[in-house]
Design a protein around this ligand. Structure first.
Ligand SMILES: Nc1ncnc2c1ncn2[C@@H]1O[C@H](COP(=O)(O)OP(=O)(O)OP(=O)(O)O)[C@@H](O)[C@H]1O
Length: 546
């Protein structure tokens, strides 16, 4: 109950405020009419009731006169009959007709000026005086705008008027004005259109920026919601580039269409053959607007999730289809690129392994040939070579008479036996080469060294020293001091080369090196590396390599 009472009080308060508001507006309208028309001051009170207000204006006289003050000639014929309190029924009927003519002329003129208007019945008893008040206040605002120079944009209750200078204000005449007046209006319109261009371009720039931001957000939100655009390369940069381009094109289109409209209107104005109705003018403008919007939609080319709301011409639907096609073709292309890439990778792998195998084979073939040639040379030099080294006299030796008479260049050596005479006392021996008493360890090894490579190529090689006790076998094969490389004998030098070649060929060949040391003495063969003395003697089941 309390709530209902509260609601009722609230409604009463609202109604009171509305009544106060409409009374204030009515008083404002009455004050202005009284200022504009002296006759109104007599018939219209300064603070009239609704009834008083309607009665004072019902004959249309005040309204027509005021309108003619605002826009001279707007109502060419005004019925000036005085208000008579008591009339005969005939006179009253005639007056009513004349007054109705005033009211009709007023309403037509106001309507042609594109101002707010009302129905004739609104001013009759039981009508809505609010609309009458609105019409008068609208006329008042228009009048004030004209007085202030009529420059810029004027708005009142949804009505918009644009003008640039007081000299060329749009002049609205009554319906009977003819084509000349209409053409004048259109020329004015064209003039105003070009005048507002500057203002438009300034506003356009900020609108462009706002529009761009707005569309960017819409599209991003849409793509997030859509989720199917993952495969498309629509990152922020791409989107912004597309939209920026679309906005630029839209701006250019707008400017172009504005110019088109302007030139079309100018052409129409110059066409003196006939008048052009307002309907024709509107048709031209709306056609141009439609073209602009279609061009923009075509140039934008973006999907829109709310297409049903926005697209009543099927343009966005077409864009959506195009996008779907693009997406399918993009995915196909992506698959094709993937497949081509894996094909290339496979081809590359095959080529690599082919060249690797080819190189490997070629290398081995070359190596084999090289080995063959090398070992053929070794064979030609002789598969069994015998060298002779002449031991020098040691410092401790007192008798230093030599038995070597002569050493030839081709491996001959002449030995002298002083105890025999003649031919028996001189004997000539031939070897592959003779090393004299001054030959160094490295000179002796130089002739043996090529055979070490033959070992690494898989050939069997045997180097051994032969001679009586104390003749220098150990000196030649091992050397007097193994700590000094210069004095190394054939064995150490051979092993050194063997491991060096093994390392050089590590990329292609793996070598397994084994060593065995045996002694043959008094027809007994002993394994020198065996710790176990019992097994030292031959046979111990091993192969002699060197
Ligand atoms: N070319 C040489 N230059 C200098 N000294 C040498 C040369 N050949 C051998 N000698 C010296 O002669 C001595 C005997 O040599 P070595 O021990 O090499 O003989 P061997 O043939 O091995 O004897 P064995 O068969 O008894 O073992 C050693 O003192 C060695 O240093």
């Amino acid at each position: 109950m309390a709530a209902a009472a509260e609601g009722g009080r609230h409604d009463q308060g609202m109604a009171l405020r509305k009544a106060e508001e409409s009374a204030a507006r009515r008083c404002e309208a009455a004050r202005w009419l009284r200022q504009m028309e002296a006759a109104a001051a007599e018939s219209l009170p300064e603070r009239p009731s609704e009834e008083e207000f309607c009665v004072a204006l019902r004959n249309g006289l005040v309204l027509c006169n005021v309108l003619n003050h605002v826009n001279p000639g707007a109502v060419p014929k005004v019925v000036e009959n005085p208000i008579v309190a008591v009339q005969s029924s005939d006179v009253a009927a005639q007056s009513a007709i004349q007054y109705f003519e005033n009211m009709r002329n007023f309403l037509v003129a106001v309507s042609e000026m594109n101002l707010l208007t009302f129905e004739a019945s609104d001013i009759e008893k039981g009508g809505s005086s609010m609309k009458v008040v609105d019409c008068i206040l609208c006329l008042k605002a228009y009048h004030e705008w004209k007085l202030s120079g009529g420059i810029g944009i004027w708005r009142y209750g949804g009505i918009v008027k644009i003008a640039s200078s007081s000299k060329r204000l749009p002049s609205y005449s009554s319906r009977g004005g003819g084509s000349a007046d209409l053409n004048q209006q259109m020329l004015e319109f064209v003039h105003l259109l070009s005048e507002v261009s500057l203002e438009e371009s300034r506003v356009g720039e900020s609108q462009h920026s706002l529009f761009q931001q707005f569309v960017l957000r819409v599209v991003r939100a849409f793509l997030q919601e859509w989720g199917e655009a993952e495969g498309l390369p629509l990152d922020d940069m791409v989107l912004e580039t597309i939209l920026e381009q679309a906005c630029k094109e839209f701006t250019i289109l707008l400017a172009s269409h504005r110019n088109q409209v302007r030139s079309l209107l100018r052409k129409m104005m110059k066409d003196e053959n006939g008048a052009h109705s307002k309907q024709e003018l509107i048709e031209v403008i709306s056609k141009s607007m439609k073209e602009t919007s279609e061009c923009f939609l075509t140039s934008l080319r973006l999907p829109c999730g709310r297409r049903k709301q926005l697209d009543d011409g099927g343009g966005l639907e077409h864009q959506q289809e195009e996008l779907e096609k693009l997406k399918v073709s993009f995915n196909e292309m992506k698959l094709q690129v993937e497949s081509t890439r894996s094909q290339w990778e496979e081809d590359l792998r095959r080529l690599e392994s082919y060249f690797e195998a080819h190189n490997h084979n070629a290398y081995h073939k070359l190596l084999e040939e090289n080995r063959k040639l090398y070992n053929q040379v070794q064979d030609l030099k002789g598969s069994i070579r015998v060298y002779c080294r002449v031991k020098p006299f040691l410092k401790m030796q007192t008798d230093q008479r030599s038995t070597v008479d002569h050493i030839g260049e081709n491996g001959e050596i002449m030995i002298v036996n002083p105890q025999k005479q003649g031919k028996e006392g001189r004997k000539m021996f031939s070897f592959n080469k003779i090393f004299g008493p001054n030959a160094s360890q490295s000179e002796v090894f130089a002739d043996t060294q090529p055979l070490i490579r033959s070992v690494m190529d898989g050939y069997n090689v045997c180097i051994f020293a032969y001679g009586q006790t104390g003749s220098g076998k150990t000196y030649t094969m091992s050397g007097p001091d193994i700590t000094t490389e210069e004095t190394w004998g054939v064995n150490y030098r051979s092993l050194n080369d063997l491991f060096a070649i093994s390392q050089n060929r590590a990329d292609t060949t793996t070598y397994d090196v084994k060593v065995q040391m045996i002694e043959i003495y008094n027809e007994q063969v002993r394994d020198l590396l065996m710790v176990d003395g019992a097994n030292k003697r031959y046979p111990f089941g091993c192969k002699i390599l060197m």
